[in-house]
Ligand binder design. Structure first.
Ligand code: RIB
Length: 292
């Protein structure tokens, strides 16, 4: 069984469904409102747990009702919360999501996720050292991402950096990460002034660009490879990237090669979009295997 640690955000998603997005200054009527667990870190931890990994989450919630629901949701999904902390006088992170025109738009308010600091990570070093792979994203402070990249590099644990949401990353962090999984927009921010084909060639078997319906592109050391995605009827694409990252990490930790790992992750991600909510459609291991 793969042992994986996620260091990242855990939030509550406040999701409005509407036929369109309002224009500036416009008020429109929505169709529904739901509150579901989310946050890129939490989504990745839950997705990997459903795929059979032993999961540890390092993160923070506020001392509020959302915080309690977020922790309960981890327990329900068999993600260990021993490295989760409650921060007083701070609200839990929230993501304000509009689903319209077949896609989402999201505003994240980090709240307690701002307290995922290097000190918190220090407390989890025992489990990080024993992990097959560590996953991190960018809804937590930049200094924490840098600290985790140094720490994983020092103790020889592969780090999968999902550079979402997009921001510039210092070169050392890129060099120290074992794997990076930007989407096209994030890749253009990461490798600005460079065309993406030469960026991929510079980082063979390390940078995997997720291109949605077009699949996943990487360089295998000799040539560029595109692993196609699966076509499904999408209900809600929120969390598809997180499912991809989690499944990719599980497959790599279990010793699958790069192409097999991407194919497994593409399949898991395609299933995840068939239900509502970031975590609603995240598949169990058997569902992915049976559908491949
Ligand atoms: O990746 C999807 C996630 O991004 C949502 O669950 C939301 O919380 C935002 O952080």
């Amino acid at each position: 069984m793969a042992k994986i640690t996620v260091i990242g955000s855990a939030s509550m998603d406040l999701v409005v469904t509407a036929v369109k997005r309002p224009e500036k200054g416009e008020t429109i009527l929505g169709e529904s409102f739901k509150t579901v667990p989310g946050g890129k870190g939490a989504n990745q931890a839950v997705a990997a747990a459903r795929l059979g990994a032993e999961m540890y989450m390092v993160g923070c919630v506020g001392d509020d009702a959302f915080g309690k629901d977020i922790l309960d949701n981890f327990k329900k999904n068999h993600v260990s919360t021993i490295y989760m902390e409650k921060v007083s006088d701070t609200e839990s992170g929230t993501a304000h999501i509009t689903l319209a025109d077949g896609d989402n738009s999201i505003i994240v308010v980090k709240g307690a996720n701002n307290f995922v600091t290097p000190d918190l990570v220090e407390k989890a070093m025992d489990v990080i050292r024993e992990s097959d792979i560590v996953l991190i994203q960018q809804e937590i402070p930049e200094e924490t991402v840098e600290f985790v990249s140094d720490s994983c590099h020092q103790c020889g644990v592969p780090l999968l950096l999902n550079p979402a949401p997009a921001r510039q990353i210092n070169k050392e962090v890129i060099e120290k990460a074992a794997y990076m999984t930007p989407n096209e927009l994030e890749a253009s921010v990461l490798f600005e002034n460079k065309d993406l084909h030469s960026a991929l060639a510079q980082y063979p078997n390390k940078v995997f660009i997720t291109e949605g319906k077009n699949g996943v592109r990487f360089h295998d050391g000799e040539k560029e490879v595109v692993v196609p995605s699966y076509t499904v009827e999408a209900v809600d694409t929120t969390g598809a990237g997180d499912t991809f990252n989690a499944a990719f990490a599980v497959a790599l930790a279990e010793g699958k090669n790069f192409e097999e790992s991407v194919r497994f992750a593409n399949r898991a991600a395609s299933l995840s979009v068939t239900k509502f909510g970031a975590q609603g459609g995240m598949p169990a291991r058997t569902e992915v295997e049976e559908s491949m």
